[in-house]
Write a protein that binds this ligand. Structure first.
Ligand SMILES: [Zn+2]
Length: 239
């Protein structure tokens, strides 16, 4: 294959895991990548709901455990993911949502993908904690028209009131600093091992600056994906 054909070839992102603390805009970015590359989002939350709704054997097993107040084990979730990844729409890639959550799941997924597809690339959207705190604790919503304001970055003309019809703005009860700190702690504890795994195994982890416009973040994710995929391809050819 000549260089020209490599360059002109359409770029397939392969499996992508987006990571980000609460409020970084992970959902927005995932949706933009899904639209741009025409790849699906594979969400373990959605898979679990679908399996239960359709009463598949896996769904019924999950139902039984959940009715006893037990957690759905990794193995069961893994099987749902494995089944999903055999579907043709995942061929050029997909955005992983809520998975892998643990080191075991990351290792399992690498095993699953070893022979067939491109390996997973993990991209973390990083936003300074101070900024995230303001995004969340500054959020105010109009109960009448649904407009969302932020007292720090997008304040209404008259404090506490909607610009459109003047209704008193409301705050969600859990948009507080203590709740935010709790969530950050949980997020860091949960993702640390997964990040470490992708960092160590073949340089498949990168961080992008999430403190930019939505468009700029998307561009940065796209550029990072391209760079890491090219790097991975070069490494595989050397072996
Ligand atoms: Zn309003």
């Amino acid at each position: 294959m000549s260089d020209a054909s490599v360059n002109s070839r359409e770029f397939f992102p392969g499996p992508v895991l987006l990571l980000g603390a609460p409020g970084v805009g992970k959902g927005t970015q995932a949706k933009l990548l899904v639209d741009e590359f025409r790849i699906p989002q594979v969400s373990t939350g959605d898979l679990l709901r679908e399996h239960r709704k359709n009463h598949t054997p896996l769904g019924m097993m999950a139902d039984e455990l959940m009715s006893k107040g037990q957690l759905v084990p990794d193995e069961l979730v893994n099987e749902m993911v494995a089944a999903r990844l055999t579907e043709p729409d995942t061929k050029h890639g997909y955005i992983l949502d809520g998975f892998p959550r643990t080191l075991n799941q990351a290792e399992w997924l690498d095993g699953e993908l070893a022979t067939s597809a491109l390996p997973v690339i993990a991209i973390s959207i990083a936003v300074p904690e101070r900024e995230l705190l303001e995004r969340i604790t500054g959020r105010m919503t109009c109960p009448v028209c649904g407009t969302i304001y932020n007292v720090y970055s997008e304040p209404p003309a008259k404090a506490g009131h909607c610009d459109r019809e003047g209704a008193a703005l409301t705050r969600r009860p859990d948009d507080t600093e203590p709740v935010f700190r709790e969530r950050m702690k949980a997020f860091e504890a949960k993702t640390a091992a997964v990040i470490e795994y992708y960092r160590k195994h073949g340089g498949r982890f990168a961080e992008v600056n999430g403190n930019l416009s939505v468009d700029e973040v998307t561009q940065s994710i796209r550029g990072t994906l391209l760079r890491l995929r090219q790097h991975g391809e070069a490494e595989r050819q050397e072996k």
